[in-house]
Design a protein around this ligand. Structure first.
Ligand SMILES: Nc1ncnc2c1ncn2[C@@H]1O[C@H](COP(=O)(O)OP(=O)(O)OP(=O)(O)O)[C@@H](O)[C@H]1O
Ligand SMILES: Nc1ncnc2c1ncn2[C@@H]1O[C@H](COP(=O)(O)OP(=O)(O)OP(=O)(O)O)[C@@H](O)[C@H]1O
Ligand SMILES: [Mg+2]
Ligand SMILES: [Mg+2]
Lengths: 229, 229
């Protein structure tokens, strides 16, 4: 499903201010696997996830999505690849303020050429799956933080993508709601073979993944040398 | 420090769509106390915190801040009261995108009439306290999610307010960074008598507060009747 080789990302900020956010990351995720990514704040987790999701370009190294290197594609082809293969849950949600929960979720189905009635029907179904059946007509500013996060999760899942990349999808919700979301991911993994890469600070998520990759200052560290393990 | 009596908040949405976010909450927080607020997603935690912080007005009931009822003041007097007494950490950070971390934090000292050089010096000190000494000239979009959150915490603390109202201040950071923030709050509580009200989903925060208030569907429930306790 996803593979990286020698992946690095440096943010240039003029003079000698550059930040090496990610250094020399080799990663292989099989189709249907569930991988956790943990690490201290600022260790490069979101940077890695953005590169895996083709939302950013590596400084050096390569990413392969089902054998395709996105950097060889033009912008249109790259966003078509992304729309077909990846559901993304952003750390800061990125919901559209003037749209309702239902509209925000249905929007994700437009690139798939799904008709309007079906888009909205599927949006309502997935919102019910994340426990928001009674908030479908609320705008983001009429929802709590955790509810907004669940709308973002619903939007990522509504297209039934083969790969889910989720950046702390349970960071704003309570333990009970978090378990409910993780169970939903597990069902989709078992029934549809969904490949899952999830960034988290929550140690209980380790119970829901096959293995966990630990990042420290942009480097992948093995379990033993990771101070926080 | 803070007291509420019969506090309720209903969000009107036309027709029969109203949401009773908070119902009949009686709460008393002594000066220097540390209180946690927990509850499932959508149970009214942020609504309660916004009312305690005079950022919103109750539908019924009263809030007293050191004996003053903010609803009896005009807008200017209410924001002066807020600036003098409260440091607020928002759930969604609310940083100013075109300002650096240092500028975002220094800005909070302008209503206090502090001169520019001192504002920036104090901003750098508090940013170092939250572990961001090497990111002071980064804009929010050049910071990770957890780093942005820590800038928001620094901005709430830089004015050395008597009361800190924090809405999931450690939701975006790892366990280690979270402990560091909670220790910082504990130091300020012991040394300056800081009163702390903290909304959280993190059960380990219970070790850092004197008592925890549990909300369920807008109601305060006692420990025993709270399903998740
Ligand atoms: N402007 C609004 N209009 C209508 N309903 C609203 C509005 N703002 C919040 N709500 C509703 O009020 C309830 C309480 O929201 P609140 O933000 O206080 O929850 P919370 O306990 O902070 O949840 P979370 O843990 O997800 O942040 C929610 O059900 C939410 O949908
Ligand atoms: N545009 C940018 N310019 C400069 N530095 C950046 C930029 N974006 C991120 N960084 C830096 O890169 C590092 C990695 O950021 P990243 O967002 O990947 O961290 P993270 O592991 O997701 O952290 P968190 O758990 O706080 O979300 C951080 O130190 C951050 O300050
Ligand atoms: Mg991140
Ligand atoms: Mg909230």
């Amino acid at each position: 499903a996803i593979e990286t080789h020698g992946l690095s990302r440096t943010y240039e900020r003029g003079e000698d201010n550059a930040v090496d956010a990610l250094v020399d990351v080799d990663l292989a995720v099989e189709a249907g696997e569930r991988i956790g990514i943990m690490g201290t704040s600022g260790s490069g987790k979101s940077t890695l996830l953005n590169l895996l999701g083709t939302l950013d370009q590596p400084t050096t190294g390569t990413v392969w999505l089902d054998g395709i290197d996105p950097s060889t594609l033009d912008d249109d082809a790259r966003s078509r690849l992304r729309n077909r293969k990846i559901g993304f849950v952003f750390q800061q949600f990125n919901l559209i303020p003037r749209m309702t929960a239902e509209q925000n979720v249905a929007l994700a189905l437009i690139p798939r050429g799904v008709d309007r009635a079906t888009r909205h029907e599927r949006a309502r179904e997935v919102l019910a799956d994340v426990g928001l059946g009674d908030r479908i007509d609320h705008h983001p500013n009429e929802l709590s933080g955790g509810q907004q996060q669940r709308v973002a999760v619903a939007r990522a899942l509504v297209t039934e993508p083969p790969i889910l990349l989720a950046d702390e999808p349970t960071g704003q919700v309570d333990t009970e709601t978090s378990e409910r979301l993780m169970d939903l991911f597990a069902d989709l993994n078992e029934q549809l073979g969904l490949t899952i890469v999830i960034v988290t600070h929550d140690p209980t998520v380790e119970d829901h993944v096959d293995r966990t990759v630990h990042l420290s200052d942009g480097h992948v560290v093995d379990e033993a040398s990771y101070a926080g393990a």
